[in-house]
Design a protein around this ligand. Sequence first.
Ligand code: GSH
Length: 207
Amino acid sequence: MIIVHHLENSRSQRILWLLEELGLEYEVKRYERHPKTMRAPDSLKAIHPLGKSPLIEEGEVVLAETGAIMEHLVAERGRYGAPESPVLARHYHFYMHYAEGSLMPPLFGMLIVNRLGLLGKPAKKPVMGMLAEHFAFLDKELEQRDWFAGADLTAADMMMSFPLEAAQARAGLDERYPNILRWLKQCHERPAYQRALARGGEYAYAG
Ligand SMILES: N[C@@H](CCC(=O)N[C@@H](CS)C(=O)NCC(=O)O)C(=O)O
């Protein structure tokens, strides 16, 4: 049985979504953020030294990093991984890395800027500018394909869900980017996505 160490309102919602799409049985251990610092509780460090979520346990194995967990699950179950077409497979791998490697850093920057209030004000415009470049790129990408790696949902879409949901909630992703909003709607309409929401509890970003 897979155990998911799931922090409320966090990236780990994506793992629940993948597990629901795969139809796997799993147990959710929920953790709440510290109300002031928003950090994860120290109890997560007992599972993995970094104490971040998501983490999964499968027997003796503990896995961290959303992308690594997803690659492990799709490789084992043979679904939602890279499409056969080399072109689409390249899109798949790009987004599996881009979500955490390129899109999350400016979004995290935005979070810090907002938390700093007046002190963060000078950084707001440049960070918003960086994000606008990402959104324009992504909107063009989704003009050409239903999902990030082609006509079908893959783990790359699940990877991209958290940053784009967070962007919609707090970083200026709006109707200027209709293809991204259409894609978000498609994600949210998936029955597995809805089941994952019910399993995960508090999640402030699902539209
Ligand atoms: N790149 C990592 C990031 C993990 C991460 O930072 N998780 C956040 C949840 S959104 C966390 O646990 N934050 C609480 C903390 O750092 O105390 C991944 O995708 O798994």
